[in-house]
Design a binder for this molecule. Structure first.
Ligand SMILES: [Zn+2]
Length: 169
């Protein structure tokens, strides 16, 4: 991982380890899938850091780390941060998806819920099937601006995703 990423390790990473440790204690996990999931976090972080370095080119390194970390923790959606990693790793099964969808959680709910590990794969799957995989890097650099990148409101996106899952799982 890029050494500049060190300053960012507290916020999202902490959430990640908290929930994945909980998750792994209940469900047996596949070490290859876990490694791909982790690697995808690194890829996301490096894309975001590269973009931020262009935007914040004038600050010194300590200042950059702080500005980037603040923006990342406050603006990058936790649901997407985890969902894309499960998608790339192929972490999904229909029983868990059905269980995770029961409460009809919104994307905002999923920022704070471990159910993201049950349903996250299907959110990215929906994006890829409807809009194409090329949208994923654009979503990353836009801090997941669904409206601007996919041309739908967040609530229409949530409805479309729920219908997609109903049909497929
Ligand atoms: Zn994760």
């Amino acid at each position: 991982m890029n050494s500049n990423a060190n300053g960012t390790s507290r916020g999202p990473k902490e959430f990640h380890f908290l929930w994945t440790n909980w998750f792994n204690s209940i469900f047996p996990n596949d070490p290859i899938k876990t490694a791909i999931h982790e690697f995808t976090h690194c890829v996301q972080l490096n894309i975001l850091i590269k973009k931020a370095q262009v935007e914040l080119a004038n600050g010194d390194k300590d200042q950059f780390d702080k500005l980037f970390e603040d923006k990342f923790v406050n603006k990058y959606p936790q649901w997407f941060w985890e969902a894309i990693c499960d998608y790339e790793a192929g972490i999904v099964n229909s029983m868990s998806v059905k269980y995770g969808m029961r409460k009809h959680l919104s994307l905002k709910d999923l920022n704070k819920s471990n159910q993201i590990y049950n349903v996250g794969y299907t959110i990215i799957e929906y994006i890829v099937e409807k809009w194409g995989k090329d949208k994923l890097p654009i979503l990353i650099t836009s801090y997941v601006d669904i409206n601007a990148v996919l041309g739908v409101s967040e609530s229409d996106f949530e409805k479309g995703w729920a219908d997609f899952v109903d049909e497929k799982y």
